[in-house]
Design a protein around this ligand. Structure first.
Ligand SMILES: [Zn+2]
Length: 133
């Protein structure tokens, strides 16, 4: 990958990371305010729902933050954009759409096909459900 591309990905990922950290900080404060504000029983339920939502959001965000950090580490050690599965270069076009991708498009498709197959094998068999014999 060209140095210019690497630099643009580093910038993109760093900016995304800063954004997420800021949002995470804001979410943390919202949860804290919700905890500190005394609410009457009528509001309790909706407070809990909101807090659950914020916690789930934080969980998802923290996973995303970890992924971005990993991608930045890969940039530093020079393995960014290399498929974990086959060692081929992931296309810049794919990385622009998914900068945190660790698999090339072929391996990704293969993985998805495998997951789909496993899902089908684990699921109910429609043909058997409908047969009477
Ligand atoms: Zn691959």
């Amino acid at each position: 990958m060209r140095k210019r591309d690497i630099n643009s990905f580093r910038k993109l990922l760093t900016r995304r990371l800063e954004q997420l950290l800021m949002e995470a900080e804001r979410a943390k404060n919202t949860v804290k305010v919700a905890e500190e504000t005394p609410s009457d029983p009528m509001d309790q339920a909706s407070d809990n729902v909101e807090r659950d939502f914020m916690l789930r959001l934080r969980d998802r965000e923290s996973k995303l933050i970890a992924k971005i950090k990993e991608a930045l580490e890969r940039i530093e050690d020079g393995t960014f954009g290399i498929c974990e599965e086959c060692g081929q270069q992931i296309s810049v076009k794919r990385l622009r759409a998914r900068p945190m991708a660790t698999l090339c498009i072929d391996c990704k498709h293969e993985q998805e096909a495998l997951e789909k197959r496993e899902e089908l094998e684990a699921g109910p068999q429609p043909s058997r459900l409908w047969s009477h014999g």
